[in-house]
Ligand binder design. Structure first.
Ligand SMILES: [Ca+2]
Ligand SMILES: [Ca+2]
Length: 110
């Protein structure tokens, strides 16, 4: 797994996000030795509509849940991966009630 540093889960930093995209696109054999293409990068740069990277958290202990410390305002979410956009203001905050989260777009609250 190219994303070291956690045994429970982790929010990907910008470099990790690019690694995730390359892995899914199958463009780097060191990340995806069989070059299995799961994502077409020619379709876009995989940023949100406001030019920011999407925020991604992956479950690394395989209990199919993302721990609340990794996701603002939502507690434990029972998925293996989730993502969100910081929305038009480009900001999120770990405080559940922070107004900067009001415009966020999330994969778990559609
Ligand atoms: Ca977990
Ligand atoms: Ca926001």
């Amino acid at each position: 797994m190219p994303f070291a540093g956690s045994t429970t889960g982790r929010k990907l930093d910008p470099a990790d996000y690019q690694t995730l995209l390359k892995t899914l696109a199958g463009t780097d054999p060191t990340l995806n030795p069989r070059r299995i293409k799961s994502l077409d990068l020619s379709a876009g740069d995989y940023q949100d509509a406001w030019g920011n990277d999407l925020q991604v958290v992956i479950d690394f202990d395989y209990d199919d849940a993302i721990d609340d410390a990794l996701v603002y305002g939502s507690g434990r979410i029972e998925v293996a991966m989730l993502m969100w956009s910081k929305g038009p203001n480009g900001v999120d905050n770990s405080n559940d009630t922070d107004v900067s989260n009001d415009d966020n777009l999330t994969s778990w609250k559609l």
